[in-house]
Write a protein that binds this ligand. Structure first.
Ligand code: PLP
Length: 364
């Protein structure tokens, strides 16, 4: 099952889901009914699991779009059953069980009490059992314990389908993905832990451009707060990306970008729409030069996990944080490679955006 929540981890929900449907996945998992509805509006026919939990006012959409919600309690099932009966539409649900994640589902006595009531509801059919690993990227022992607990419940319930595994789980032990696995990060070519990365190829690259460069003499403060001061003189370039585009401000003075395959350190604080880099060591840079924030540039590459580590976060947050202001461009789609390369005039269109925002603020 392809996990396409949060705009397919920032890659673009509809293009990614359409391609995955074409190449033959079994189904999709989304975070909420709105994402599921968007898939249906774009002719996606496969089963769609809503990882949920859903709000009461969202059941209508669940039924309308033929979505399969994950539920934890009798209360949710009953709310849904009332609507399902009115519509005369049987609704398939997956039942969550808490094996150690503590985010959804019940366990023990409480779980079985709810199960006994839920299974008696007409118009609701429990089609699968759901659970979620808490530490599949870091704690094999705890993961195996969750797995055994999951199998035990599954046997007692005799449900035809069960799923508990995410990318890290199937990466560490494929058996965890026995029936279905809910694969997100690995689908986009990124591993939740380093040892798996060599078997994966990142789908996305993220690029910006150099809009300006200047020679800055010794003693020049760079960007807000002057947190970086030029020592021996540097050629400083302005790059058309900032934290408003989802490039984390926490990377100020910490990360690097690639220009012509060479690492260029970020100087000073990252601002909303621009960041500054040192390009002193690069020959013949032109205005408009492509800057690689994520992905390959000649022999070098930056992974979302590299940026995440420098920013003190996880690759998931880097990917889902890329703003919708950045146009997505899809290349070689049959191999699911998508590149975030702004069009040639993006420097102009980006500053167009900024100008518009400034003039609106001033006007208001
Ligand atoms: C996001 C999510 C996944 C996918 O996790 P990855 O680590 O990206 O593979 C699977 N299951 C649930 C419940 C999720 O919320």
């Amino acid at each position: 099952m392809a996990v396409v929540k949060s705009d397919a981890y920032g890659h673009g929900l509809i293009p990614v889901a359409s391609e995955l449907e074409r190449i033959g996945v079994d189904g999709f998992a989304v975070a909420d009914p709105q994402e599921g509805k968007t898939l249906r509006e774009h002719e996606i026919q496969l089963p769609i699991l809503v990882l949920g939990p859903c709000l009461k006012e969202e059941w209508e959409e669940v039924i309308e779009a033929r979505l399969c919600p994950v539920i934890s309690t009798f209360q949710e099932a009953q709310e849904l059953a009332v609507l399902a009966q009115q519509r005369k539409q049987l609704v398939h649900v997956h039942l969550a069980i808490d094996t150690g994640m503590g985010r959804e589902g019940l366990s023990g006595e409480a779980f079985f009490r709810e199960w006994e009531k839920i299974r008696k509801l007409s118009w609701i059919r429990v089609a699968g059992l759901f659970s979620h690993f808490a530490s599949s990227d870091s704690d094999p022992e705890a993961t195996r314990h969750q797995w055994e607990t999951f199998l035990m419940y599954r046997k007692k319930l005799g449900l035809p389908l069960g799923h508990i595994a995410n990318s890290a789980a199937i990466g560490s032990n494929p058996a965890y993905g026995q029936d279905w696995a809910r694969v997100g990060l690995a689908l986009y070519g990124l591993s939740p832990f380093p040892s798996l990365q060599s078997r994966l190829r990142p789908v996305l690259s993220w690029k910006a451009r150099i809009s300006l460069f200047r020679w800055m003499p010794p003693g020049s403060p760079i960007s807000y707060g002057g947190s970086y001061v030029v020592t021996c003189g540097e050629r400083i370039a302005t790059v058309t990306v900032g934290y408003g585009d989802g490039y984390p401000r926490a990377l100020s003075n910490r990360a690097y970008v690639l220009v012509k395959g060479k690492r260029c350190p970020i100087r000073g604080r990252i601002t909303m729409d621009e960041l500054l880099i040192d390009i002193s060591h690069i020959r013949s840079v032109r205005r408009g030069e492509v800057v690689t924030l994520l992905g390959k540039s000649q022999g070098e590459a930056i992974l979302a996990s590299d940026l995440a580590e420098m920013a003190g976060t996880i690759p998931y947050e880097i990917l889902t944080g890329i703003s919708l202001r950045i146009p997505r461009v899809y290349r070689n789609f049959s191999s699911l490679t998508c590149e975030f390369l702004p069009p040639m005039n993006s420097g102009a269109s980006l500053s167009g955006c900024v100008l518009e925002r400034v003039s609106k603020e001033r006007g208001g």
